[in-house]
Design a protein around this ligand. Structure first.
Ligand code: ZN
Length: 322
């Protein structure tokens, strides 16, 4: 049997200024800061996690704020646009809301149709391409609306709906997607070739753009760093890890991130994938009500807490989450 994933677990991107990041994702997009931590490999850098009220897998967009980096060089072997899922009928609300917040640096595009769905593309204040998509959740997907959001519950961002990937050549990436993760090609719309797992609903999609002339992409501010895919438990993660190796990938060992366990692999074109377990989740080290309010460190960094805190810029939560 082919190993498969249920869909996206989380997406991690590179931001500029951390306060601008917080102000936009909490204050404007109305997401909840569910974890305030540091990059475990670079602990003088924040790692900020935004999600639904519960931090459910499939809702979590995270950032490393690295304002000293140059802007992303878009191109081959990089994830590009991130799709955020909203309920059908919400796009007009979002168009007005984003336009009212243009002072944050957000650049709002025109509503368009992709694969028969209404989509609103925009660039966040760090230049990252995002598209709001009116689409449907899949079978067991959980979304917990947040009652302290600046956005009404029925308009809130419900999911990481999908992601775009740019490659110079379709193969060998498409073969890897199929054999390692169980993605199948289902349709194309203009330059986009859609690959799906499961029911192909919100969070179960990769849109591939093949561009022979694309330069090699390079991480920078506004880049997607990696896309993590769901594994229900350790066993499902081991099966995916095995399938990745069978497909010619070189997965890392399992790394304990405490909120989930992670395996990383670069696909043949270079883009970074992760396989993350659904559990134990963000309430393993903080109470549900106070998620994101204080700095959480991995245990081996606790002895250095005061030096780490002193090196990090101060952050002030937007009114909505105080
Ligand atoms: Zn990750």
């Amino acid at each position: 049997m082919t190993a498969t994933t249920n869909g996206i677990h989380h997406i991690t991107a590179i931001a500029g200024d951390p306060q601008a990041n917080l102000d936009f994702y909490v204050g404007v997009l109305g997401m909840r800061l569910v974890k305030r931590s540091v990059n475990q490999d670079v602990p003088d850098t924040y790692h900020l996690f935004y999600a639904d009220a519960a931090g459910n897998p499939g809702t979590d967009l995270t950032f490393f704020p690295w304002p000293q980096l140059p802007p992303v060089k878009s191109g081959s072997g990089l994830w590009s646009e991130v799709y955020l899922g909203v309920a059908p009928g919400s796009i007009d609300y979002w168009g007005e809301r984003l336009q009212a917040h243009e002072s944050t640096g957000v650049v709002v595009g025109e509503v368009e149709a992709r694969f028969g769905e209404r989509v609103l593309p925009f660039r966040d204040p760090h230049g990252m391409p995002i598209a709001l998509v009116e689409d449907e959740l899949y079978g067991d997907f959980s979304f917990a609306p947040w009652d302290r959001s600046t956005v009404p519950p029925d308009k809130q961002i419900r999911s990481l709906a999908g992601v775009r990937l740019v490659e110079r050549r379709a193969e060998p990436t498409t073969g890897f997607l199929q054999r390692a993760f169980g993605f199948d090609a289902v349709a194309s719309d203009g330059r986009l070739q859609r690959y799906v797992v499961g029911e192909g609903k919100s969070g179960q999609r990769i849109d591939l753009v093949v561009d022979e002339d694309a330069p090699q992409g390079q991480w920078g501010v506004g880049a997607v760093h990696h896309v993590a895919w769901r594994a229900a438990d350790d066993e499902a993660q081991a099966a995916l890890r095995h399938a990745i190796a069978q497909a010619g990938g070189r997965p890392t060992p399992v790394i304990d991130r405490f909120w989930f366990k992670s395996v990383y692999v670069n696909e043949p074109g270079g883009a970074l994938f992760e396989v993350a377990t659904d559990g134990p989740g963000f309430t393993v080290d903080e109470a549900h009500d106070s998620l994101g309010e204080s700095l959480v460190l991995p245990h081996w960094l606790e002895p250095k807490r005061s030096a780490i805190e002193a090196a990090l810029p101060e952050l002030s939560l937007p009114q909505a989450q105080r």
